[in-house]
Every structure is written in C-alpha cells, then in structure tokens.
Design a protein around this ligand. Structure first.
Ligand code: DAH
Length: 374
C-alpha cells in the first residue's frame, strides 16, 4: 500500500505468476482493510479511499497486469481481484457510515439544549421570615399540647381593653398607643357600644383573642394566638406600627405560677435549645396578677454579655402572669374553680434576634435581596 515501488507486484514485469498476483491481491486487501480500520476522521477516510480506489491503487495496478496472464489463468485471478475490491468497498462504506453517525452524535451532544431546565426568570418565592418564625413557634407549642386560635385584627374597645381589666380611662391604657378606626355608621362589630368611631381599634396586642377564646370555650384551655397587631408608632430600627405577637393562654384547675414558669422554660429550651433559659421579673399588666416580664438568655452571646443584651446576658421577650380574676369573670369563668396563666411576646423581634438583623424595617421593605436570605 505504501507505493507501487515497494509492494505492488502488479507493477512488476509481465511474466508474473498467478500465485504471485493472488498473494499480492491478498496483501493489498489486508493492508486496505487495516487502513480503513484505523481511519479516525472523515478526512482520514477520504485519504484512505483515494489510496484504495484511486488511479495508483494497488489492486488497480494488479488488474492492469492481468492482461499478461495466459487467458485460462485470468479468470481465477480476476475473481479474487473483484472479491478483494468488494471487500474493501464494503469495509470503506461501513466505516464511512460509522464515522458519519459518530460525528452526528457529537454534534447533537454539542448542541444539546436541556429544555427541562428552569428558565431564568423570577425566583421561586418562599414564606416570609415572620411567617416561618410564626410556624416554628406554633409547632413548638402544638408539640406541648396547645391549640392555635385566631381573632380579628379590628377589635372593639371591649375586647382590646375593657374585658382585659382595662376600663375606659384606666391609666395603663397609655401602655398601648392605639390606632382608632373611623367606621362611620357601621355598627355590627361585636360587643361594646358600637357606632362611634373611637370604639373600634386596630388591636394593639393579641390579648383580646384570650377573651374571644374564653367566651366560647369552657376550660380546660391550652391555646396560643399568633397574629398581627398595630400601634401608633413611628417606624424605626426597633419599632414598626404593624408587627406580630404570639399570645399563650392556659386555664385549668389548680394552675399556678410554677406552671407558668415551667411552661415558659420548656418552650424556651424547645425553641432555642438547651443553652438558652428563661427567667421572670416582677412587672405589671392589668390583665394578670401577679404579672412578670419574661426574659431569655441572650441568644447572641449566650449570657456572657454583649451589645444586643446591653451586657446583661438577658433579653426581654414579653409579658406574662396569672390571669386576673376580673378577666376570668368577664368571660363567665368561675375564678374560684379555675385559674390560669397567660403570656405574650413579639414575633418580629424574635426573628430579628435569631438572625442578627439590626433593622426591623428591613423585614417590611420587600427587598428580595434581603428576603431571599431566609
Ligand atoms: N399584651 C401584652 C403586650 O402587648 C403582653 C402580655 C403581657 C400578654 C402579659 C399577656 C400577659 O398575655 O399575660 O404588651
């Protein structure tokens, strides 16, 4: 195959024997098949093709030598020549098909578009951090046997204040900067006098849900009430006019302050982990007696003292206490038979602390770059 000078018997003078020609045909055929087998690209195969079937092809030259054989010997050599030629053609065609197929496979691979991929576009959303926090809190309390209750965000003065042992003009009302609704003539909102604009408020805390639960459900009661609350406040890094609280209420026989302390401690370690514990400090709320402030170990420094906890190692979470007998009586519950405790704390602040967010307003400006972190 390398050239007529070295291994093409057909180029030899005309006295070549049929045996030598047949050997030459076999050699040319085998070399040709080997050359086809190693051709790795279309170009290489085209090169091989011209060597095999072109003007100077080995078999072609042998064919030219055929004429010098005696006629009776020509047929056998001619047949061998044709067969060799056919074998080479077939091998070449097969190799060409295979190369074309693999070139196509490669092209498909190169140009493959994964149409199942999520097209670039708006990010898939998720629950807001406050909602996530609320759901986690609910999970912990539900795990402790509490139910979840809800109440309206617009409340009458009765539910938001009066039934909670805060009669009109009670000085403690100033603890809640209240937003009043102007409802004009519409009067169908629950108890209270109704009708007067000043009588309906955006609830300033979740405590009115306590009243709504006790009104309809006889004790024993073990419930939490998460929800949105409103205060007349200017937004700053630690205040928002709209925020969220979670209220807890237990009413049963023989409930004591120790049950309150134990429940809050149990909640604290279930929600924050064993490193964080709770403590109660005496305080005042009109709807509880005695009342306490509920602190937890600072979640940032775990009690050693840092900027967040003002070096005290504690963070104030909310208020609590034993439900005031007047409140039980306002809901028709016999306070000689039943006692209870209640607590309430801010959800937004909790989320803020857990995630080291320093400005409460970031939670509500709907900046996707902020929200998508949680
Ligand atoms: N409602 C109170 C507030 O918004 C928090 C609170 C204090 C709730 C004591 C309670 C409680 O249930 O017992 O400031």
């Amino acid at each position: 195959m390398n050239g007529p000078a070295t291994d093409t018997p057909a180029s030899a003078p005309a006295d070549v024997s049929p045996e030598a020609l047949l050997a030459g045909i076999r050699a040319a055929r085998d070399q040709g098949l080997a050359a086809v087998a190693v051709a790795a690209t279309g170009d290489e195969l085209a090169q091989v093709e011209s060597t095999l079937f072109g003007r100077k092809a080995a078999l072609g030259q042998i064919k030219q030598g055929l004429g010098s054989l005696p006629p009776e010997q020509r047929a056998a050599v001619g047949r061998a020549l044709n067969e060799a030629q056919q074998d080479l053609r077939a091998a070449h065609a097969e190799a060409a098909d295979e190369l074309a197929a693999s070139a196509r496979r490669e092209q498909l691979q190169r140009e493959w578009l994964d149409l199942t991929e999520t097209p670039p576009g708006p990010e898939r959303g998720h629950l807001h951090l406050v909602t996530q926090t609320t759901e986690r809190l609910e999970d912990v309390f539900v795990g402790m046997g509490f139910t979840v209750s809800e109440g309206p965000q617009a409340e009458t003065d009765w539910y938001n204040f009066e039934a909670l042992n805060l009669p009109a003009a009670h000085p403690a009302r100033s603890m809640w900067d209240t937003l009043y609704l102007d409802l004009g003539e519409r009067t169908e909102l629950g108890d209270g006098e109704g009708g007067e604009a000043s009588n309906v408020v955006l609830r300033t805390h979740t405590s009115p849900v306590q009243i709504r639960v006790m009104e309809v459900q006889p004790p024993p009661i073990y419930t939490i009430c998460p929800g949105r609350v409103f205060r007349r406040d200017t937004a700053d890094a630690s205040h928002m006019p709209v925020f969220h609280q979670i209220e807890g209420l237990v009413v049963d026989r023989g409930i004591s302050f120790a049950d309150l302390a134990g429940t809050l401690e149990e909640f604290t370690s279930a929600y924050f982990g064993k490193a964080i514990s709770s403590r109660l400090r005496p305080s005042y709320f009109p709807f509880t007696e005695p009342s306490a402030e509920f602190d937890i170990t600072c979640v940032i420094c775990e009690g050693s003292g840092c900027q967040t906890c003002q070096r005290t190692g504690w963070i104030e979470l909310g208020g609590c206490g034993m439900v005031h007998p007047n409140v039980l009586a306002n809901c028709g519950i016999d306070f000689e038979e039943w006692t209870g405790f209640a607590f309430g704390f801010g959800i937004d602040r909790l989320a803020l602390m857990r995630h080291g967010i320093d400005d409460l307003r970031d939670m509500y400006t709907n900046d996707i770059r902020f929200l998508s972190q949680f």
